[in-house]
Design a protein around this ligand. Structure first.
Ligand SMILES: [Fe+2]
Ligand SMILES: [Fe+2]
Length: 265
């Protein structure tokens, strides 16, 4: 079973990247499930019902979120009803929405997706390690295919989570930093892992935001509001193949695409 996961979609550039590239990515990889991180899809801040609908219409099966989950207030209008969107599972009990959901595709296959958030340089949520342990207890080995998006800042916290979950889930991928790391691997017990999948949005901004405003903030230290950069896009993603029998990863491959063709790598 193959999963295509697209890293943090930022603003209009990121959505344009997904819209223009997904048909070809589907042809090339033929994924059983397409999951995206949508925490920045609405102008860099949160997601709206309309944007989620557009992503689902493009063939996305599930959406994970992160620290920007609540930035666009529209989320409160639909997160309780939309079972295909997960927000970090380690928010306190009573937080709207769910942190784990089981996706089903047209072929009847199932994939459990979990969103967790790190606590290093991010709000102090409940312990993500204890949270995933109790989720796995609930799944009680009924779900063979389990995909975890660990939305965290510190590389060390993400690597630690990879080790914590090695052999227990199909894949752990990091999001949030918006910078793709080239440490993709299959851990010894069979879990596919990468520290950060990267960002899908404007390539010439700063992490998808308009660069002049970010530069001004660094230079002046004044409070400046950032807007999403609407320039040429990059698309960062990962493709993971899972073994149908064991549910563990067989192969993990990073994907990087750019709108401009004048790129020499
Ligand atoms: Fe993000
Ligand atoms: Fe984030």
């Amino acid at each position: 079973m193959r999963i295509l996961f697209i890293g943090d979609i930022v603003g209009g550039s990121g959505r344009r990247a997904v819209k223009t590239q997904l048909p070809e990515l589907k042809r090339k990889y033929d994924p059983a499930f397409i999951v995206v991180n949508g925490e920045n899809a609405a102008g860099g801040r949160g997601i709206t019902a309309q944007i989620a609908k557009e992503l689902f219409e493009l063939g996305v099966h599930g959406i994970t979120m992160g620290n920007h989950t609540w930035d666009n207030k529209d989320i409160f209008n639909f997160i309780e009803e939309e079972a295909r969107i997960v927000r970090p599972a380690n928010y306190p009990p009573g937080t709207p929405g769910e942190g784990m959901t089981i996706l089903k595709n047209k072929a009847g296959k199932e994939l459990a997706i979990v969103n967790l958030m790190g606590r290093t340089f991010l709000p102090p949520l409940d312990c993500p390690f204890q949270t995933i342990d109790s989720i796995l207890d609930k799944l009680k080995k009924k779900q063979k295919h389990i995909f975890v998006d660990f939305h965290a800042e510190a590389t060390s916290e993400k690597i630690a989570m990879g080790w914590h979950l090695d052999g227990k889930v199909s894949a752990v991928v990091g999001t949030h930093t918006h910078v793709q790391t080239h440490d993709e691997r299959i851990l010894p017990q069979g879990t596919g892992y990468v520290t950060d999948v990267g960002m899908t949005g404007a390539r010439d901004g700063v992490l998808g935001m308009e660069r002049e405003a970010v530069l001004q903030k660094f230079k002046t230290q004044l409070p400046i509001r950032f807007t999403a950069d609407e320039g040429k896009w990059q698309l960062h993603a990962v493709v993971i193949d899972l073994d149908a029998g064991s549910g563990m990863a067989k192969k993990i491959e990073l994907v990087r695409r750019f709108e401009t063709e004048m790129i020499f790598e």
